[in-house]
Design a protein around this ligand. Structure first.
Ligand SMILES: *Cc1c(COP(=O)(O)O)cnc(C)c1O
Length: 609
């Protein structure tokens, strides 16, 4: 929730139109022989007044000396101090808006471009009219005024805040907005009474509707370009802004997603998205290549290449099936969950020649049944299956299945979406032909990018296979490798930057062994904790992955369980089994054994109730 609002003074809470400084600067520069315009006087408005004096000096047709600047500033100060009491009218709606904030327990902070000596005149004059903030600071009390965020920091200190997103900066100049953004708090630009509008109340009153529209649109455009979060006409709209920000703060409250994926990601991974890049830029292409190389190294070697593909994991699975298994090859799918079924749907939609062996969803694929099948059918060209079936958390016997298929000389491709980077998969050693995974599972990146790791020989032989233009892995491979790292079509640049950072985080944690150890511990704390509460996993421990687990719902009501956990900061998955009511908990992502302990304690309360 918002805890403090930090108001600017002239033009925001007092002095409609921000007139005092304008008159002060015109007089000041006249005293050293320069006639400046009102626009020149206003342009730097909001910054500390000595800085403001220098900024105007820089606009003069000829350079002036430091002595002249200081002289102009001296005259400015003199003029302001003589006149200021006439310019302390509190703006409409200020007193009511502040009363409403106080009622909501929100602190009233303030900062300014005026010096402390000037504020000594303004503060009592405003107080007489009913406006008195809890805190006020002038730029001479910090190392630098706007656009530096130091005055806002002092406000945060005063109100004892940790998170600047609990504060809103309200102002009437671009400098106010920039200061607020530099402090990373919310920013609000006010149109009427502002220096940016630059009109007195009487001047506003005589404008035609068209003129008014034009003038206010220009102010809006300036605030918008400066990056204001909200733009309001006057402070009567401030309560609405507070309510809207509180909704956002609530919606965006930190929570742990136990729903892979998307899953919980580190703030630094999301932060990595803040730069904009072009698909064809050389720096960006180098980043793209480094991502593909690093992914290849996790489970494969130089005989393999990683081909990134825009889209979620299913896009990579579809591209892998349709581009890398030649159309004439019959595919045998081994299915024991929804993701296996999804491969069937892809094959069906693409009119592929295929067969499926289906197994109980709570059991791994039966190797001996597959062996019999391969011995009895010699028309099968490729065997495809899911490594960790995220539907239940069952782990399929990858090495045994691959060895078996290879003994029968089959092509083998694996959907290793939820196991890649957390399970050792010896892709070259097992001679796996291709493997599909995505950014938003155990690499802990963001959704939007998937990839196929495939033998270069398989990729090079795949020209012309793809029935789809957009999902053509051969074409994509050409662009990304021969083309030096260029995506064929618009690449999700920000998501790729996040993936680059996620891979750095992976290395920092200690790579696969460390990530695996953390997931195993998460899984143990979770399963043991729930078991102690009488909540049982439906998969036998020897077949259970340490990625995601499915539990019997029992007497619990899923909707209630979901909302109770969400209120405590945890988001869970419904079950996907038709045979019995279940729910699922993933333990991958930026989650730790401590989180699992907290989760178990919330469950304990729910169960006891
Ligand atoms: C996540 C996942 C996918 C991809 O699903 P999308 O919804 O396309 O992201 C595919 N297979 C498995 C096993 C998965 O866990």
């Amino acid at each position: 929730m918002i805890k403090a609002v930090i108001f600017d003074w002239a033009g925001t809470t007092v002095d409609y139109g921000c007139m005092a400084p304008v008159k002060g600067f015109i007089d000041a520069f006249k005293s050293i022989g320069f006639q400046i315009t009102e626009e020149m006087a206003r342009e730097p408005m909001g910054i500390a007044k000595l800085d403001h004096t220098r900024a105007i000096a820089a606009m003069l047709p000829e350079p002036i000396t430091e002595r002249q600047i200081l002289e102009a500033y001296r005259v400015f100060e003199e003029t302001i101090l003589a006149d200021i009491k006439q310019y302390c009218d509190v703006l409409p709606h200020v007193v009511d808006a502040v009363a409403s904030l106080r009622q909501q327990g929100i602190g009233i902070g303030s900062d300014t471009g005026y010096t402390s000596v000037m504020m000594d005149e303004v503060l009592p004059a405003a107080a007489k009219q009913g406006y008195f903030p809890d805190f006020c600071i002038a730029p001479d009390k910090v190392p630098a005024g706007r656009p530096y965020p130091y005055m806002i920091w002092q406000n945060l200190v005063h109100f004892g805040l940790i998170d600047p997103r609990q504060a809103i900066k309200v102002g009437d100049t671009v400098a106010d907005i920039t200061e607020g953004r530099n402090a990373n708090c919310w920013t609000v630009g006010v149109i009427f009474g502002s220096s940016e509008l630059g009109l007195t109340k009487d001047q506003v009153a005589v404008l035609t509707a068209d003129e008014l529209l034009q003038r206010t649109a220009a102010v809006r455009a300036a605030y918008y370009q400066a990056g204001a979060d909200y733009i309001i006409n006057d402070l009567s709209e401030l309560d609405g802004v507070i309510a809207a920000v509180n909704v956002l703060l609530d919606q965006n409250a930190p929570r742990k997603l136990l729903t892979p994926g998307p899953l919980t990601t580190k703030a630094s991974v999301k932060h990595a998205m803040l730069t904009d890049h072009c698909t064809w830029d050389d720096d960006y292409k180098a980043i793209t290549r480094s991502v593909m190389d690093d992914i290849t190294k996790i489970s494969a070697n130089d005989d393999y290449a990683t081909v990134l593909l825009q889209g979620s994991g299913s896009y990579a699975v579809e591209a892998m099936i349709n581009c890398l298994v030649p159309a004439e090859d019959k595919i045998l799918f081994l299915v024991n969950g929804e993701y296996g079924k999804r491969m069937l749907s892809i094959a069906q939609a693409s009119n592929r020649n295929f067969e499926a062996m289906s197994f109980d969803m709570t059991e791994p694929v039966d190797v001996s049944a597959v062996e019999k099948k391969l011995e009895s059918c010699d028309d099968i060209g490729a065997v495809l299956f899911v490594h960790c079936e995220t539907t239940t958390g069952v782990l399929n016997p990858l090495a045994e299945l691959v060895k078996l298929a290879k003994e029968h000389d089959k092509t083998v491709m694996v959907d290793a979406m939820s196991s890649f980077a957390a399970y050792e998969i010896d892709v070259p050693g097992l001679d796996i032909d291709a493997l599909a995974a995505s950014s938003n599972k155990c690499l802990e990146g963001l959704p939007g990018l998937s990839f196929v790791i495939a033998k270069k020989a398989v990729l090079e032989a795949s020209e012309g296979n793809s029935p789809s233009h957009s999902l053509d892995l051969f074409d994509q491979y050409q662009g990304l490798y021969a083309g030096g790292g260029k995506f064929r079509f618009t690449s999700p640049t920000n998501v790729l930057l996040a993936l680059r950072h996620a891979i750095d985080e992976y290395a920092k944690e200690g790579g696969l062994p460390a990530r695996k150890a953390r997931y195993i511990k998460n899984h143990e704390v979770l399963v043991d904790g729930l078991e102690a509460l009488g909540i049982h996993s439906i998969v036998a421990p020897e077949h259970q992955s340490y990625i995601i687990s499915t539990f019997e719902l029992g007497d619990l009501d899923f909707a209630r369980l979901y909302s109770t956990l969400k209120a405590k900061g945890f988001v869970i998955y419904p079950g996907k089994l038709t045979s019995q009511p279940t729910f699922r908990l993933g333990n991958i992502g930026d989650v730790y054994p401590d989180d699992m302990t907290r989760l178990v304690s919330v469950f304990a309360k729910v169960v006891r109730r």
